[in-house]
Structure formats: C-alpha cells, structure tokens
Design a protein. Structure first.
Length: 276
C-alpha cells in the first residue's frame, strides 16, 4: 500500500498556527527528535525532581543556579535586582580598572599627567575613565539600597544573620574602594578628600593618636591608623602607592572572596528570604 502524501495546510490554517504558536512547537519537536539532536544531546531522563537536580548539578554552567527558585524571588518589585546589579557593576569596574592600569603609573610625578593623557590622548580614554568613575558611584548607591531593602524586608533575621554581617563588611569595603580611588588622580580633589578622611581616622578611639585612650595605649602619630593608611605622617609618594595597591589589588580580592561566600550563604540559607 502506497504511503499517503503529506497534506499541505491551507493559508488560513498556516496563519492560525503562527498566531497560536503551534507551528513553533512543531518545529521544535522536529528538531529535538531528529537523529542529529538526539545523538548530540543525550538527555532522555524522566522529568522528576531528582533528575532535575542531577542534570543541574552535573553541568558546569547550570550548577551555578539553584534548582528551584521561590516565586517571590523572581519578582522585580521585591528585590529590585539590587544585589545582582551591584555584582555586575563590580565586574564592570574590574574590567575597566584593568584597562586603566595600562595607562597609569602610581608615581607622584606622573599620576596627574597620566590622567590628562588618558582624557585627551588615549583613544576612548575619556569614556573609559568617566564610566569607571560613575560606575563606582553607582556601586555605592546600589549597595546602600540593597542593604536598605534587606533591612526593610527582614532578610537579616534567622537564619541569615551571618550573611547580613557579610553584607555589612562588603558595604564597608565598597566605601574603602571609593576612598582609595579618590587619591589616584593626584589632583586637589583627591588630595583634600584623603586629608579629611585620614584626619578623621586619626581622631577615632583606640586607633587614632588624637582619639580617646590614645595616651593610655601608647598610640602615637607614627603608629596609628592614619600612619598606616598614608605610609607616613603626610600625604606623599607612599600614600599614593598604598592607595593604588589597596584599590587595585587588596580590596578587590577581599571583596571578591566575600562575594563568593555571600552568594553561597544565600543558597545555603534557602535562597532569597520571603516577604514579611
């Protein structure tokens, strides 16, 4: 008996399939059931919760994401994606910061000239430096709003107290990133900003030579927190070098490690906390 020729749908039926999306389902079925697809992607697991976990856990990319996500966690109006925005801004700052390092030397005789060259000589240098600066401001804003959202939704409560402490540490490190980056252009704005900030450090209790208990603990101008930040008693070449090392190496590495731990704790504590 001869095989029947496939029926060709009419134009009206074809348009209906497009509008209903049925044609895309048929195309996807033809592709996924083809020999090329099945020989390349050997899934064929029964669709069970256990097998879903196994597929995700055994995949180098999929294992980065949770198997299940609470319904409230995917609502923009609940989290506003502030934590994710902060992380991606951090990645952007890392990339642009590495590119800026190619055109900058942490030397008091060259730092400001390098900034001028970057703004007026290097191709797209103005865009690179300006976007890095504004991304730094944006990261401070998103971190603050993220902490506010976590506080207002009660996400700092049990069992997430440890992750709240990690968030506070990351907030402080974000401020320190901005603080150390201020001095790198070696201009008047950066100089006086660091002067004010380090003088505030000199007046802190216990750690500053001008603060309470300094005499009792033997804290002097040459061994207090201000001296440690500046590498001396005045803002000079050691101050610029220390700001550069902390801004480009020390604080980013510490922040990245704490972010990894922060994300892991979110997963370990059951994902994003539910509404109050």
């Amino acid at each position: 008996m001869a095989n029947k020729a496939p029926q060709i749908p009419s134009i009206a039926e074809f348009i209906h399939k497009i509008k209903s999306g049925e044609i895309f389902t048929e195309i996807a079925k033809e592709i996924t059931e083809s020999q090329l697809w099945t020989s390349t992607f050997r899934h064929g697991y029964a669709d069970t919760p256990r097998n879903r976990v196994l597929q995700i856990a055994s995949n180098v990319w999929l294992h980065l994401h949770p198997v299940k996500v609470p319904k409230h966690a995917v609502k923009i109006r609940y989290t506003w994606c502030l934590g994710g925005l902060t992380f991606f801004i951090f990645l952007y700052l890392t990339v642009t910061g590495v590119l800026l390092m190619f055109y900058y030397v942490p030397d008091v005789n060259r730092a400001y000239a390098d900034m001028i060259d970057l703004m007026y000589v290097v191709p797209l240098g103005r865009l690179l430096r300006t976007s890095h600066r504004w991304a730094g401001h944006a990261m401070v804003i998103t971190v603050c709003f993220h902490m506010l959202r976590v506080f207002l939704t009660g996400s700092y409560k049990a069992p997430r107290q440890f992750n709240w402490v990690l968030g506070v540490l990351l907030l402080v490190l974000t401020f320190l990133l901005s603080f150390t980056g201020y001095l790198l252009p070696w201009d008047q704005l950066g100089y006086w900003a660091i002067m004010v900030g380090t003088n505030m450090g000199a007046a802190t209790p216990v750690m500053g030579y001008q603060g309470p208990f300094a005499d009792m603990l033997g804290v002097k101008i040459n061994n207090d927190i201000r001296f440690a930040l500046l590498g001396g008693t005045q803002i000079d070449a050691p101050s610029l070098l220390r700001a550069y090392v902390w801004h480009c190496i020390g604080i980013p590495i510490i922040s990245g490690a704490l972010m990894i731990l922060h994300f892991w704790r979110v997963r370990k504590d059951g994902g994003i906390s539910g509404p109050l």
